[in-house]
Design a protein around this ligand. Structure first.
Ligand code: PLP
Length: 382
């Protein structure tokens, strides 16, 4: 257990709730989940499924109709032929990370992962006894991958490379050109790629492009996507992996050994999410963009803060080095003294030092309140 990490967001949320119990006003910008309701058509499909008796075990890899809906969706959005036996449905995007590591990584295998990055990557690499090899994502490259640096990290022990675009926590997006260069650096080596595309529908500048769409890479890519962010379904727990069918069998076996299956009525609602009206996704995305613009503009007016405009996801990742404060200390002070809950960049790895992460999945009113609170704190403390 000592090798297993965690996700600081939940710890900060608990501390923020404890402060609220003491009567303090806290603006919550720590948790990465849409503040919107699950679209009504999806909720209705879930309720209907419950009434119709979708309350029993289902196949470990997912209901055939949902696997087919996902295969159609991924074929359409990534412009590659995908069949339903290449899809595994799991309770959230996270189990795909967990199962991929358990299935593929043996002691000493090297895994290249983005740093700063979603903390579960490093945690699971270490837990699987792999060697965690960070690829730093730097602000001066707009938090995209330095392909030369990536090439220098690849060796005969490299088993897996993790990509995440749009990226948590920086909001960086890998362009088609970036992906093609990364693919070229990997070449025809026998290396697998875990491509975490859970924010693929939340892009504000440019288009999403998957390494799975590059000829020769579909066979080596495990694509992670899901319903949590796109359809505001974090609590339903449903995500999926798309991979070669011979790999899918193993990932499904890990499901059999752990969760048995994803809740059946949830999966029926998932079919409606993918096949039904998509207007709520567009609305949510437009609203995140509006909030991003307001919040980032506001942050850039605060002394010591400078923030690039994130191109995707719903996070702002300002550079705070000019405040002279280390990230964790500043995040703690903002929570306890300013009443704004955010995360230290170091919650996403060592290369997150010098940054804070704010989620803009909160109302414009609260985002403006947070800006005011930070500004007031900065003017009396810096
Ligand atoms: C990059 C990334 N991948 C995966 C996940 C996991 O998503 P889920 O809630 O569907 O397990 C998250 C959630 O925050 C994330 O930010």
């Amino acid at each position: 257990m000592s090798r297993l990490g965690t996700e600081t967001a939940f710890e900060v949320l608990n501390r923020a709730r404890a402060l609220e119990k003491q009567g303090k006003e806290i603006v919550h910008l720590e948790i990465g989940e849409p503040d919107f309701d699950t679209p009504a058509n999806v909720v209705e499909a879930g309720i209907d499924a419950l009434h119709k008796g979708w309350t029993h075990y289902g196949p470990a890899a997912g209901l055939p109709d949902l696997r087919q809906a996902i295969a159609d969706y991924v074929s359409r959005t990534r412009k590659i032929p995908v069949s339903s036996d290449e899809v595994v449905v799991v309770p959230g995007g996270k189990p795909i990370i967990f199962f991929t590591m358990l299935a593929l990584i043996e002691a000493g295998d090297e895994v290249i992962y983005p740093n700063p990055g979603f903390p579960i990557y490093e945690s699971m690499i270490n837990y699987s006894l792999g060697k965690a090899v960070p690829i730093p994502l730097r602000e001066d490259r707009d938090f995209s991958v330095d392909v030369k640096e990536l090439a220098s990290l690849i060796n005969d022990q490299t088993k897996l490379i993790i990509l995440n675009s749009p990226h948590n926590p920086t909001g960086g997006v890998l362009t088609k050109k970036d992906i093609l260069e990364i693919a070229e650096a990997i070449g025809d080596r026998n290396i697998l790629i875990l491509s975490d595309e859970i924010y693929s529908r939340l892009i504000y500048d440019g288009d999403h492009f998957s390494i799975m769409s590059v000829p020769g890479f579909k066979e080596r890519t495990i694509l992670l996507d899901g319903f949590s962010k796109t359809y505001a379904m974090t609590g339903w727990r449903m995500g999926y992996g798309v991979m070669r069918s011979d790999l899918a069998v193993h990932i499904a076996r890990l499901s059999t050994n752990s969760t048995s299956c994803t809740a059946s009525f949830t999966q029926v609602a998932g079919i409606e999410a993918l096949r039904g009206d998509q207007s709520s996704v567009d609305k949510m995305s437009a609203e995140f963009q509006r909030r991003r613009d307001v919040f980032v503009t506001g942050l850039n007016k605060i002394k010591g803060f400078s923030c690039r405009v994130p191109k995707g996801a719903f996070y702002a990742f300002p550079n705070i080095t000019k405040t002279g404060w280390p990230s964790k200390k500043l995040a703690d002070a903002l929570l306890e003294e300013a009443g704004v809950a955010c995360l230290s960049g170091t919650a996403f790895g060592d290369h997150g030092e010098g940054y804070l992460r704010f989620s803009v999945a909160n109302s414009l009113e609260n985002l403006n309140l947070a800006l005011k609170k930070i500004e007031a704190w900065v003017s009396s403390n810096l």
